[in-house]
Every structure is written in structure tokens, then in C-alpha cells.
Design a protein around this ligand. Structure first.
Ligand code: PMP
Length: 427
């Protein structure tokens, strides 16, 4: 039984003492007091199926016992800064993470967040190449510090930043993009940016493999191999931002970029790496990592013993509980159900994504693809009332984002799809 402060009191405190830029999706925001695997519980003990734990990103499930006990165990031994002394938790996790990477990607830099990981990746690319120009994809989200705000390309975040040295390429979006699903045509835009917007040399290219905040947009087939080839020819490094899509979420592969047959020069990660514990990482090759002997990168807590103990436990749980295979099986099943819903309801314009990273784009006119901005809020509110929490994203804010913990079952998928169908039928 929860006996702490109630939602109204917390909301009043939040309004008075916390950032005015905080937002929530519901008319009456939910006070979540406990979580267990794919379920969340509110102040009245009401249970919700969490289809948006991915934002945190609890790939193993809320309060997974193995991750909790590894974290507490390390907390009871020692918590300290990352850099000064030797510690097994840090080195052991770096080794385990390197083993999950393809090619010669084996040197790990730990950070506290996805933003810090991408900032560091951009700095490494600029140091390694001696160039400043970065190419990123429109509709991307890479973080909210100076460099990553520049690489993030959605005006509605209202970031206050000088966009120096960043070029934004056409988004290879099969649903809304100008070239449909022809990845190579979009890739030509990157070559044009290099040819007409730079000296011919660039520091690098950064992209999510599936845009998360941007509304679960997968890059059109053929895009990434063609872009990687252009960037390599221009002397740049290719950075894959796996902050949302990594750690088995996309099901078919452990890293989302692997589905495109490419090997990046630098991979950045956060969210799912620690199952909710603040942790991020940059992984690159020894040759590229060597540039940081010329510049110091110091981060007091990035990859501290407690967070890396959690990270190591996460890798073991993903393997032990076959969460990648589950994301593939349950995600494919759920996608089939969502596609069947699309056939029945005009409001659903597109269903996309992979594994347990799925998106449902709502439109009021399928031909004009008019974003269903108010309808989506009503669908979300009804789903919440039924007991399902879901996310929202996309440039127009009209895409339902489905990124549950990877322990989501087929029964959860059915309950989820039934709840969505019921809500759509009431519109
Ligand atoms: N990259 C991607 C793809 C993200 O989705 C996010 C967070 N939404 C970030 C980077 C930034 O991560 P953080 O909020 O941990 O700084």
C-alpha cells in the first residue's frame, strides 16, 4: 500500500519547484509509485502495461531483480569516480560490451547520458579528421548540449544553439519523404551536401538507424550503405546513434545498424545500456580512440562502478532471458496485429518499425497525410484508462511510439492491440 503524497500534491510541487519546460501527455498525469517488469503501478495500486518503458530504457523490465541486486551489491562495496583507480566493475563491463561489437570496435568511453556520448563522438570525429563539418539527418534527435543540439534537426525542440558546422540531409523517410523508399536517392543528397556545402572533406555523419523521438522512422533501404561510402570517400567517420534502438530492441539484431549490413566507425549508446541507471558509452576502434591521447576526456562519473555493474548485469539478463529473440518474436506478432488494425481504421496512416520499436502514425486524411494531432491525445487518454501507457513522437506529434520492456509477452501484445483497437473504434 502506497501512503506517500498523491498526484495533485506532486503536480503542484512540480509546477512550483521544477522546470517549467517539463511536459506530460495526459489530462490527469499518473503518479507511478512502483514498477515490476513490463508493469507499472499508480498510487491506488492500479496496474498499467508499460508500452513506453523504452524511453527510460528498461530493456530488461522495471526493477529486474538481477540488475537491482548487482547495483546494490556494488553500492555496498564502493562507489567512486571512474578514472583515478582500478576497478573491476568498469573494466569487466568494457570488455563484455566490446565483445558485443562487430569489427574492430573495442575501445569504450563511458558517459552518463546519450547526449554526452554523442558530444564525445562528434568531438572524436572532428579531432580525428581535423575537419569541422558534420552531416546529420533531418528529424533526428541526438541530445541537448551544444554540439548535439546542432545535430538534432527538429525546430519544435526550440533549442537555443548556433548551428555551426552541421549540415542537415534529407530524411530518408519512406512514408513522408520526397523519394519514397528509394534509399539511394536520399543518399545522393548527402553527396550533394559534401560537394556543394563543404571543402570536400568532412568530419563525419551521425544518424539513428531508427529515429525514436522523430516518430519511429526507419531509414529507407540502401540509404546507409550509400551514405557510409560517400562519407568514407570524403575522409569522414560514420557515427551510429544506438541510444534508443540498441541493446536488442529491434529483435533481428543486437544493434539496429547491423540490419543494414554496415559497420560504423563510432557507435554511441545510452538508455537501455543500464536498464534505467544513468549510463552512456562511445565505442570505437583503437586507431580512432588514439586521438584522445592528444586531448583529455575526463568525466567524473561516466561509467562509475555502480552504473557499470548495472550495465554488466543487463548484458547477462538479455542473454539469459533471450530478450533479443523475444523482441523479434513478440515485435513481429504485434506488428502484424497493428497492420490488421490499419486495414480497419482510416485514422491509421502508417505502421512501421522493427522488433519492439514500433510506430503507428495517425492521420485524418490518408491521401494528404494530415497529422491527427488532437485525435492522438484522445487515443492515448483512452488507452491509459484501459490500463496501457504508450508514447508519442514525430515532427507533427502524431505518431504513437511503442517501445516496451523487452520482456513484453504475446499476451501483452494482444492486450495492447485490443486496447488500441477499442480506443480507435471510439473515435
Ligand atoms: N540519441 C537518441 C537517439 C535519443 O533518443 C536520445 C534521448 N531521447 C539521446 C540521444 C539523448 O540521450 P539523453 O537524454 O540520455 O541525453
Amino acid at each position: 500500500r502506497y501512503s506517500g503524497p498523491r498526484a495533485a500534491e506532486i503536480l503542484a510541487k512540480r509546477n512550483e519547484f521544477l522546470s517549467p519546460s517539463f511536459f506530460h501527455f495526459y489530462k490527469k498525469p499518473v503518479n507511478i509509485v512502483e514498477g515490476k517488469m513490463q508493469y507499472l503501478f499508480d498510487e491506488d495500486g492500479r496496474r498499467y502495461l508499460d508500452a513506453f518503458g523504452g524511453i527510460a530504457t528498461v530493456n530488461c523490465g522495471h526493477c529486474h531483480p538481477d540488475v537491482v541486486s548487482a547495483t546494490i551489491d556494488q553500492m555496498n562495496r564502493i562507489q567512486h569516480s571512474t578514472v583515478l583507480y582500478l576497478n573491476h566493475a568498469i573494466a569487466g563491463f568494457a570488455e563484455a560490451l566490446a565483445k558485443k561489437m562487430p569489427g574492430n570496435l573495442k575501445v569504450v568511453f563511458f558517459t552518463n547520458s546519450g547526449t554526452e556520448a554523442n558530444e564525445l563522438a562528434l568531438m572524436i570525429a572532428r579531432l580525428y579528421t581535423g575537419c569541422q563539418d558534420i552531416i546529420s539527418v533531418r528529424n533526428a534527435y541526438h541530445g541537448n548540449a551544444a554540439g548535439t543540439m546542432g545535430a538534432t534537426a527538429q525546430y519544435n525542440w526550440k533549442f537555443n544553439v548556433v548551428q555551426s558546422g552541421v549540415h542537415h540531409a534529407l530524411n530518408p523517410d519512406s512514408y513522408r519523404g520526397v523519394h519514397g523508399s528509394d534509399g539511394e536517392k536520399y543518399a545522393k543528397d548527402v553527396q550533394d551536401l559534401i560537394d556543394f556545402g563543404t571543402s570536400g572533406h568532412v568530419a563525419g555523419f551521425i544518424s539513428e538507424t531508427i529515429q525514436g523521438v522523430g516518430g519511429i522512422v526507419e531509414h529507407a533501404p540502401g540509404y546507409l550503405p550509400a551514405v557510409y561510402s560517400s562519407i568514407k570517400k570524403a575522409g569522414g567517420l560514420c557515427i551510429a546513434d544506438e541510444v534508443q534502438a540498441g541493446f536488442a530492441r529491434t529483435g533481428s539484431h543486437f544493434w539496429a545498424f547491423e540490419a543494414h549490413g554496415i559497420v560504423p566507425d563510432i557507435v554511441t549508446m545510452a538508455k537501455g545500456i543500464g536498464n534505467g541507471i544513468p549510463l552512456g558509452a562511445v565505442v570505437t576502434t583503437p586507431e580512432i580512440a588514439d586521438v584522445l591521447t592528444r586531448r583529455c576526456y575526463f568525466n567524473t562519473f561516466g561509467g562509475n562502478p555502480v552504473c557499470t555493474a548495472a550495465g554488466h548485469a543487463v548484458l547477462k539478463v538479455i542473454e539469459k532471458e533471450k530478450l533479443q529473440e523475444n523482441a523479434h518474436a513478440v515485435g513481429s506478432y504485434l506488428k502484424e496485429r497493428l497492420l490488421a488494425i490499419k486495414d480497419k481504421y482510416e485514422l491509421v496512416g502508417d505502421v512501421r518499425g522493427r522488433g519492439l520499436m514500433l510506430g503507428v502514425e495517425l492521420v485524418t486524411d490518408r491521401r494528404l497525410k494530415t497529422p491527427a494531432k488532437s485525435e492522438i491525445l484522445r487515443v492515448m487518454e483512452q488507452m491509459k484508462d484501459i490500463g496501457v501507457l504508450i508514447g508519442k513522437g514525430g515532427f507533427h506529434g502524431n505518431v504513437l511510439r511503442i517501445t516496451p520492456p523487452l520482456c513484453f509477452t504475446k499476451e501483452d501484445a494482444d492486450f495492447f492491440a485490443d486496447a488500441m483497437e477499442y480506443s480507435l473504434s471510439n473515435m
